[in-house]
Write a protein that binds this ligand. Structure first.
Ligand SMILES: [Zn+2]
Length: 125
């Protein structure tokens, strides 16, 4: 990891996990490229495309769990703000009614004046 000019390869010539050596190649005094070779056995790769770099899986564990957590909290909050769970929500045989706005509503409507329904209080007839 400390060697920034080398990378880990799975060498097809010696079969080892080795480091890739990069050495500048010159023609006269002009640099024309790099010689890529296996640090273990010295096998030379013709080009970078031929180098069998070891695959490194990307680590995205944290990002993934953060995202699903956020979505879950959001969905829960939305669910509790619908008319069905509001103290002003009244159901009778003909319609669903909002006692606050005096209008017909749907159970899944949302409302800025949402008031949580008190728990375990059954509609008294
Ligand atoms: Zn090798």
């Amino acid at each position: 990891m400390a060697m920034s000019t080398s990378r880990e390869i799975q060498c097809p010539a010696c079969g080892k996990e080795a480091l890739l050596l990069r050495e500048p190649r010159y023609e006269g005094f002009t640099r024309v490229g790099e010689t890529l070779s296996c640090a273990s056995c010295g096998h030379v790769f013709a080009s970078e495309d031929e180098v069998p770099f070891k695959h490194r899986p990307k680590v995205e564990v944290f990002a993934e769990s953060d995202r699903s957590k956020k979505v879950k909290v959001f969905a829960e909050g939305e669910n509790k703000r619908i008319c069905r769970y509001c103290a002003h929500y009244v159901v009778n045989p003909f319609m669903q009614w909002c006692g606050l706005h005096k209008k017909e509503v749907q159970a899944t409507d949302t409302c800025p004046q949402f008031t949580p329904k008190p728990p375990e209080k059954k509609a008294a007839l």
